[in-house]
Design a protein around this ligand. Structure first.
Ligand code: P1T
Length: 396
């Protein structure tokens, strides 16, 4: 018994000082009486109370569940945060964040390029129904923030890199200028392996775990990580009150996906860099946007802020809509689908898919034109991926 306690303590110390890859595998796992090497899924919706007076960690699975609790421990480790919460989707996490941080009449500044579903949530629900004032601002230029910020600005909402134009802003500078507001960074596109916004001064980090964190395109989920305990308590209260929780089975999938995040991200990036260089020199391509290219407009911020570039590339093809269709129809490995960050390579046409909610004018104003495509580079063999793109481009 004494020996077990000592070895557990030594293990805890190793974990505390361990590197990212070690921590994400071991954090939250514990040995039960059967000796499971990995935590089983706890499907129970409710937990039996020994009597009315005893309080216990888990009572009802909406409020707390061992499988969710395990994944939340791992999620906190990912962003080096004190607290994490796991939600039923990225948009569920966003909804609870907005409900927690804003009240009618408040003002919010958001990056002008964001996932289409996020803008739809802001515009159609929080602006229209709850009278939140939202200003979309190009935050690549810090002066734009200075002129947009108001006394009642309560929240600055950032994606960096943005979806789908991969625009980058300086989290540290924005956090220093925030005045009375909180800074929330949607870190989905880089994953916690390549960027940690809390360390750069942000107050809240949000992820669609559907993407890199789970990594296998088989679960929809979201996460919020914070260091402030009262903020955590409010978010947790609203999560339980609205019921926006990650299910036990999805918690298991996300916890499993997290264990390979580091190795997947390295491969996504290695492949994406090669593909970005291939596209950049191709005569049928008009423009390539990838944070790892020197041609990226905010490459100076990228060098300072990112630990890596991840696997999303946006590009414009030369020519008409027919040519775009020909190109898409001739791809064999890249599949036409929404979402990103999985092991398989995907291609998306934002104007018709992820950003179809925006009007043509809104899309044109920020630069999402009809020929823009977004690649999510998977972890397949990179020569196969380049050949797939090459053959499809030759058919155009
Ligand atoms: O799909 P969901 O898990 O609800 O996550 C929403 C979301 C939040 N933030 C970012 C940056 C996102 O890209 C998304 C979802 N995006 C896609 C489905 C997509 O194809 O871009």
């Amino acid at each position: 018994m004494v020996q077990i306690t000592i070895s557990v303590k030594i293990f805890m110390v190793i974990l505390m000082h361990g590197k990212f890859e070690t921590k994400i595998i071991h954090e939250g796992e514990y040995q039960n009486k059967h000796g499971d090497a990995t935590m089983p899924i706890h499907l129970s919706s409710t937990f039996i109370k020994p009597n009315l007076d005893t309080s216990q960690e888990f009572e009802y699975s909406r409020a707390g569940n061992p499988s969710r609790s395990l994944v939340e421990k791992k999620l906190a480790i990912l962003e080096n945060a004190k607290f994490a919460l796991a939600f039923s989707s990225g948009l569920a996490a966003e909804t609870v964040a907005l409900l927690t941080l804003l009240k009618p009449g408040d003002h919010m500044i958001a990056f002008d390029d964001l996932y289409g579903g996020t803008k739809r949530l802001f515009d159609k629900i929080f602006k229209e129904k709850f009278k939140i004032h939202v200003d979309y601002v190009d935050l690549t230029k810090i002066d734009n923030l200075k002129s947009a910020i108001q006394e009642n600005t309560k929240l600055i909402w950032i994606e960096t890199p943005t979806n789908p134009l991969l625009k980058v802003c300086d989290i540290n500078k924005i956090s220093k200028l925030k005045k009375n507001s909180l800074v929330l960074v949607d870190n989905t596109f880089l994953s916690p392996y390549f960027q940690n916004p809390l360390e750069l001064g942000a107050d809240i980090v949000l992820h669609s775990t559907t993407k890199y964190i789970n990594g296998h395109s088989d679960s929809i989920g979201g996460a919020i990580m914070v260091n402030d305990s009262s903020l955590y308590d409010s978010l947790k209260f609203n999560q339980n009150a609205t019921g926006a929780i990650l299910s036990p089975f999805d918690s298991f999938l996300v916890a499993r996906g997290i264990k390979t995040l580091a190795i997947r991200m390295e491969k996504h990036q290695e492949n994406a860099l090669k593909i970005a260089h291939f596209l950049e020199t191709h005569q049928k391509i008009k423009k390539v946007i990838y944070p790892g290219l020197k041609s990226h407009p905010q490459f100076e911020i990228v060098k300072k802020q990112f630990k890596g570039y991840a696997g999303i590339i946006s590009f414009e093809i030369l020519g008409t809509k027919e040519k775009l269709n020909l190109f898409l129809n001739n791809l064999k490995i890249f599949k036409l689908a929404e979402s990103l960050g999985g092991v398989e390579s995907l291609i998306n046409v934002p104007s018709l898919m992820t950003h179809a909610y925006l009007s043509e004018k809104e899309r044109n104003d920020i630069g999402i034109n009809d020929n823009l495509m977004r690649l999510s580079i998977g972890i397949e063999n990179v020569e196969d991926l380049i050949q797939d793109l090459d053959i499809a481009l030759k058919s155009v």
